[in-house]
Design a protein around this ligand. Structure first.
Ligand code: ADP
Ligand code: F6P
Length: 324
């Protein structure tokens, strides 16, 4: 493989996701495999602007594969959204001799990666977010771990909800996307699943299934609501008033971002991390490494950001079938 690239950087940006450490490890170790120096950039784009950059050896990423969070820390960086911020980051990248950069994050971080590439730092991005909302990729690192965390939490809530014969309305994360709500809702046997990609009517889509179940003798219910819909406290009150079933609301919150990554997240992060390094070594830049039909591929960052993705219709249909 041609090797004009001598030093590369890696950073994690935006909300953390389980598996980011596995991605960092893959970048560092793949770099070492090809004889490339790898530097860790701390705190996302902040670290690039402030020069918080350190050499990383394969040993520096021992024992991180199984850990949630990110050993490089992560942040949201307002300054980087300005022209001056990008120019400063480019200057620091040159000072540290970075010939290329790998960015692990969500679509906001990808827009930053694009700006960096256009300003002269060859950058490759890979999807690390629990939301699974990267349009060009059918999967994002952290999603599977998050789903399993939600599954564990909802199973526990179900125990108490059933014992008290209550309806529990549970809010899950996902920003503006409903992937977590839909797939966790199916996996947890929720009676109602609400997500932003599909409009809902409170009487028809919430009250009716709960009341129908009640008339069949079922006295408890689980309602999973994506944060993009929100309002779970008010919704629980309205359900209690209309059905007479005592109701509670639970917002799962940041527990969904933590924990040891699942095998799927470790594998995907490892495969994508290695691919990012190889693309840089091939002289590529401004690309997103993503998953399509189970394969790790790369797409142009502009095209990737413009692609559209929707909740698979079979999943939406499945919710209807299983909550009949
Ligand atoms: P995520 O990457 O998870 O979507 P954010 O949207 O918070 O998270 O973005 C992370 C960081 O990426 C921001 O703090 C900012 O530094 C950078 N970023 C976000 N949007 C843009 C943009 N439109 N242009 C340049 N940089 C951006
Ligand atoms: O993008 C990941 C995510 O956890 C979203 O699901 C959520 O909307 C957001 O980040 C929360 O961000 P913060 O950590 O700033 O509260």
């Amino acid at each position: 493989m041609e090797n004009k690239i001598k030093t590369i950087g890696v950073l994690t940006s935006g909300g953390d996701a389980p598996g980011m450490n596995a991605a960092i490890r893959a970048v560092v170790r793949t770099g070492a495999y090809y004889g490339v120096k790898v530097c860790g950039v701390m705190r996302g784009y902040n670290g690039l602007i402030n020069g918080e950059i350190q050499d990383m050896s394969p040993r520096d990423v021992s024992e991180v594969l199984q850990r949630g969070g990110t050993c490089l820390m992560t942040a949201r960086c307002k300054e980087f959204k300005t022209k001056e911020g990008v120019e400063r980051a480019c200057h620091i990248a040159r000072v540290f001799g970075l010939d290329g950069l790998v960015v692990v994050g969500g679509d906001g971080s990808f827009r930053g990666a694009k700006d960096l590439s256009n300003a002269g730092v060859p950058t490759i991005a890979m999807p690390g977010t629990i939301d699974n909302d990267i349009n060009c990729s059918e999967y994002t690192i952290g999603y599977d771990t998050c789903l399993n965390t939600v599954k564990d939490a909802v199973d526990k809530i179900r125990d108490t909800s059933a014992s008290h014969e209550r309806c529990t309305v549970i809010e899950v994360m996902g920003r503006n996307a409903g992937y977590i709500a839909v797939e966790a809702g199916i996996a947890c046997g929720a009676d109602v699943v609400l997500f932003p990609e599909k409009e809902y009517n409170f009487d028809e889509d919430v009250l009716r299934p709960i009341l129908e179940a009640k008339s069949r003798g079922k006295k408890h219910a689980i309602v999973v609501v994506a944060e993009g819909i929100g309002g779970v406290v008010e919704m629980a009150k309205k359900i209690e008033e209309a059905t007479g079933i005592e109701s509670r609301a639970t917002i799962l919150g940041h527990i969904q971002r933590g924990g040891a990554p699942t095998v799927r997240d470790r594998l995907t992060a490892s495969r994508m991390g290695a691919k990012c390094v190889e693309l840089l070594l091939e002289g590529k830049a401004n690309r997103i490494v993503c998953m399509q039909n189970g394969q790790i591929v790369d797409v142009d960052i502009n095209e990737g950001l413009e692609m559209k993705k929707s909740i698979p219709q079979d999943m939406v249909d499945l919710i209807e079938k299983l909550t009949v």
